[in-house]
Design a protein around this ligand. Structure first.
Ligand code: FNR
Length: 363
């Protein structure tokens, strides 16, 4: 299967999703903040980079397995946390959870899911008892709410927490504002928030953190759980360095799929400096704009241990439910292995940053 075919599949599922989804929900999934520059740059940054293959390295068939916190021997393409899957398909997050488990990769359950993390983890484990499920959360202004969420994730059997730190306030989503999409339709709710004080489970914009929160709040969370904690939404190398000092188990380089700071750099642009700052102390993940095995391998060569995908999973889900998500993940994983082989790499660790070069200016 070539990279071209993998991109073709994603484009096909995206079109099918667009035809099926309520246009307001499609805008919610596809859109970004402000002028959508950060959103567009995520994909463009990968397009500006080329891979230099190495030859005759007797690398053998590529082995893609990587070790991530709470997910030993998983795959290098994981499911990034995205909100409200039941708007895409009636099976919602359960379909995503089953497909991720079947693909042998990590499911990151969003705090803003329309299904509880307990149900998601159970669905994943019904497919593979060893399936790894992470729980993404925003630190909440009231500490008890954060702790209640952590307990829910622990009880669900999650093997790591992902704290998203790029949302001190909620990004201005131009399309959602135009569509006045600020509340979930009746019958849908952010189920992980149910019964907790604070964010009402029916709003689409209330699930963020607070500009008053800081490193001490992260430290308190770490002290309150035995689960490894990854920090998501890091773009500045100094923050990555600080996070490592604070004992995080991993860093996710991300501009939130272009949904928060519109002037943020592309994730792929920010990755090398963050990887340098982390210096191998903990795994670095990247998400934003990964649409092919070439994109994934470029990120791995630039210092990521794995990449996350957000919108492609939603396209698969909206187009074909569990089967669609399974097709997206299988294609991206196959394509990643294929591109590794073409680059002369027996696995992600064989890649060097010298294999990534900038393309010349367009003709
Ligand atoms: C997101 N993202 C996100 N991140 C997070 O930490 N918690 C969340 O609840 C959500 N929700 C969410 C909803 C939708 C519709 C999108 C598109 C994204 C951000 C997500 O985890 C990831 O950073 C980006 O989606 C990665 O970019 P791509 O793969 O969509 O280009």
């Amino acid at each position: 299967m070539t990279g071209g075919a993998a991109r073709g599949l994603l484009a096909e599922l995206r079109e099918k999703a667009a035809a099926r989804l309520d246009p307001v929900h499609l805008d919610f999934y596809e859109g970004g903040a402000g002028t959508e520059r950060a959103l567009a740059e995520n994909e463009r940054a990968f397009a500006r980079l080329a891979l230099l293959p190495r030859v005759l390295r007797a690398a053998g068939p590529p082995r893609t397995a990587v070790d991530l916190p709470g997910a030993p021997g998983t795959q290098p393409v994981v499911v990034a946390p995205t909100a409200f899957h039941r708007l895409a398909h009636r099976d919602g997050e359960l379909a995503t959870a089953r497909a991720a488990a079947a693909a042998g990769t990590v499911l990151t359950a969003s705090m803003a899911a329309t299904t509880t993390v307990g149900e998601m983890a159970a669905a994943a484990r019904a497919v593979d008892p060893a399936a790894a499920v992470w729980f993404q959360l925003y630190l909440q202004p009231e500490r008890e709410v954060t702790l209640a969420l952590v307990r829910r994730a622990e009880e669900a059997g999650c093997s790591a927490l992902v704290v998203t730190a790029d949302s001190p306030v909620f990004g201005r989503r131009t399309r959602d504002d135009r569509n006045r999409f600020h509340d979930l339709p009746p019958g849908y709710a952010a189920e992980n928030m149910r019964g907790l004080p604070g964010a009402p489970p029916g709003g689409t914009r209330d699930i963020a953190m607070s500009p008053a929160l800081g490193w001490a709040d992260l430290r308190r969370l770490q002290a309150a759980t035995r689960l490894p904690v990854l920090l998501k939404g890091v773009l500045h190398p100094a923050d990555a360095r600080r996070a490592v000092e604070e004992g995080v188990a991993g860093i996710v380089v991300s501009n939130h799929g272009g949904r928060q700071l519109d002037a943020a750099p592309a994730a792929a642009e920010a990755l090398p400096r963050v990887a340098d700052a982390v210096a191998g102390h903990v795994p670095v993940l990247l998400d934003g704009g990964v649409r092919s095995g070439s994109d994934a391998v470029t990120a791995l060569a630039l210092g990521a241990t794995a990449v996350g995908v957000g919108r492609p999973v939603l396209w698969g889900l909206a187009a074909e439910g569990e089967d669609g998500v399974a097709r997206v993940l299988a294609h991206l994983l196959e394509d990643t292995a294929h591109v590794l082989a073409l680059c002369g790499a027996g696995g992600p660790r064989d890649l060097g940053r010298d294999q990534v070069v900038r393309r010349g200016p367009a003709g």
